[in-house]
Design a protein around this ligand. Structure first.
Ligand SMILES: C[S@@+](CC[C@H](N)C(=O)[O-])C[C@H]1O[C@@H](n2cnc3c(N)ncnc32)[C@H](O)[C@@H]1O
Ligand SMILES: [Zn+2]
Length: 378
C-alpha cells in the first residue's frame, strides 16, 4: 500500500495515500484516514492528558491514529483494534515505530468487548455507534467515548433511520444539533442503565458532521437511577416556536401549547442532564497551552464556549425567532448583553453561530428582540 507520513499533535505516523476528494469513506484506500477528524482526536488526547487510565481501547482504529496519539502524547497504555487486516498491518507498523505501551488486535469490536474489559472504550465507527453500545456498556470499566457521524438520522432528516437506531423520535428543528447530541447520549444512557450502571458526561459537543461524547461510567444502582432521571423529552409546538421539557423515559404526558392551543410533539427520549463536567473542562483549558495541537485555536474557542454554556436544555436560534416575528435579527453581542442586563444569563453556544443559550424564556427573548427593533424603527 502506498503511504505518506503525517504528523498530528506531536505524533508522526503512516497513512495510506488516498484521494482527498474521493467520496466518504474513500474508495481509493482500504484503510481510512480522515483529516476532518483531527479536531475530534485532539480533544480526546487533551482530555486523556487530564485523566489517568489503566488502559484505553481504540475499538475501531483504521490507521490507529487515535490510539497511537493517546499512547504517544499522554503515556496511556492502549489497545488498538480493527477488524480489517490491512488496517491492523498498518497499525502494527506504526506502533513499532512509535513505541510505547501499545497492544494491537484484529477482531470484531463487539466480539472483543464481549470477552475483555477496558478502563476506557472509544467507539469511532463509520456512521452509527448504535450496534456497539450494548457490548461497550458492559466492557467499559470507567469511561465510554462515542462518536456518531450519522447526523441525518440523529437530527430528524432521516426520521425512520433515527427511530430504528436510537429507539427515539428526532425532529428536524432549528436546534437539531443539540437534539442529535442528546439523542445519541440518551441511547448511551439507556444501554448503561439496563446493566445497573450510570453515566456522568465529562466532555460532549456537536460539530458539523458528527457528535462526540465522553462519559464517566458509574457502577451502582443509585447512579443508574440518577441517569434514568435525566432522560426526558422536549415537547415542541408544531406551529410556533414554543417548547418545554418533560422528564421521564416513558411516553410523555400530553401537553398543549399555551400560545396556539395545539398538542405539542415529543422529541426523544433524550439525555436532559448536563453535557460537561465543568471542573474537567476548566482543567483542559489549563493543559491546552502546554501541548501541541494542530487545531489548538478551535479547541480553545470550543472549551471556552462549553465552560460558559448553562446546562439548561436546548438553545434558541435568534434568527429563527426574529424571522418568526417578521423583524430583523439583532446583533448577537447586543442581545447577549441586553438579556444579561435584565438578569438572564445568556451566552453564545457552540451548537450554532445563530444560537444562544439563555435562562430567559422564549417570550422574554421575543420581547427583547421586538424592543430592539422598535428602538431602531425597523
Ligand atoms: C471511521 S473509521 C475509524 C477512524 C479512526 N478511529 C480515526 O480516528 O481515524 C471506522 C473503522 O472501523 C472499522 N470497523 C467497522 N466495523 C467494525 C467492527 N465491527 N469491529 C472492528 N472494527 C470495525 C473499519 O474497518 C474502519 O477502519
Ligand atoms: Zn404554539
Amino acid at each position: 500500500m502506498a503511504c505518506r507520513l503525517v504528523t498530528e499533535g506531536s505524533t508522526t505516523f503512516e497513512v495510506p495515500l488516498q484521494d482527498e476528494n474521493a467520496v466518504f469513506p474513500p474508495k481509493t484506500a482500504s484503510v481510512f484516514y480522515n483529516t476532518c477528524m483531527e479536531f475530534n482526536r485532539d480533544m480526546t488526547v487533551l482530555l486523556l492528558s487530564c485523566i489517568v487510565l489503566e488502559n484505553y481501547l481504540d475499538a475501531m482504529a483504521a490507521t490507529g491514529v487515535r490510539g497511537l496519539r493517546v499512547a504517544h502524547e499522554t503515556g496511556t497504555p492502549v489497545i488498538i483494534n480493527d477488524r480489517n487486516p490491512a488496517a491492523v498491518a498498518m497499525i502494527e507498523e506504526n506502533a513499532r515505530v512509535i513505541g510505547g505501551d501499545i497492544r494491537v488486535i484484529c477482531n470484531d469490536a463487539n466480539r472483543l468487548m464481549c470477552t475483555e474489559r477496558f478502563d476506557a472504550i472509544d467507539l469511532d465507527p463509520f456512521g452509527t455507534p448504535a450496534p456497539f453500545l450494548d457490548a461497550a456498556s458492559r466492557a467499559a470499566k470507567r469511561y465510554l467515548f462515542v462518536t456518531a457521524t450519522d447526523t441525518a438520522p440523529l437530527c430528524g432528516a432521516h426520521l425512520k433511520a433515527g427511530m430504528r437506531r436510537y429507539f427515539a423520535t428526532p425532529k428536524n428543528t432549528e436546534y437539531h444539533a443539540e437534539v442529535g447530541l442528546r439523542m445519541m447520549m440518551g441511547a448511551m444512557a439507556k444501554e448503561l442503565i439496563k446493566y445497573d450502571r450510570g453515566m456522568e458526561p465529562v466532555l460532549s459537543f456537536a460539530k458539523n458532521h458528527y457528535f462526540r461524547s465522553h462519559v464517566r461510567v458509574l457502577d451502582h444502582v443509585a447512579a443508574a437511577e440518577a441517569t434514568m432521571n435525566r432522560i426526558g423529552f422536549v415537547m415542541q409546538c408544531p406551529t410556533c416556536l414554543y417548547r418545554t421539557e418533560q422528564k421521564g423515559s416513558l411516553l410523555p404526558k400530553s401537553h398543549i401549547c399555551p400560545y396556539c392551543g395545539v398538542e405539542t410533539e415529543a422529541i426523544g427520549p433524550l439525555w436532559m442532564g448536563p453535557l460537561q463536567d465543568k471542573e474537567i473542562i476548566a482543567s483542559l483549558l489549563e493543559k491546552l497551552p502546554l501541548m501541541r495541537f494542530g487545531t489548538a485555536k478551535q479547541m480553545d474557542k470550543l472549551i471556552h464556549q462549553l465552560l460558559d454554556e448553562p446546562e439548561t436544555c436546548t438553545f434558541y436560534d435568534y434568527h429563527v425567532i426574529s424571522r418568526n416575528l417578521h423583524v430583523s435579527p439583532p446583533a448577537i453581542d447586543e442581545m447577549i448583553a441586553g438579556l444579561g442586563d435584565l438578569g438572564y444569563y445568556t451566552v453564545r453556544t457552540h451548537f450554532s453561530v445563530t444560537g444562544i443559550k439563555t435562562v430567559a424564556l422564549l417570550h422574554t427573548i421575543e420581547e427583547w428582540i421586538l424592543a430592539w427593533n422598535k428602538e431602531r424603527n425597523f
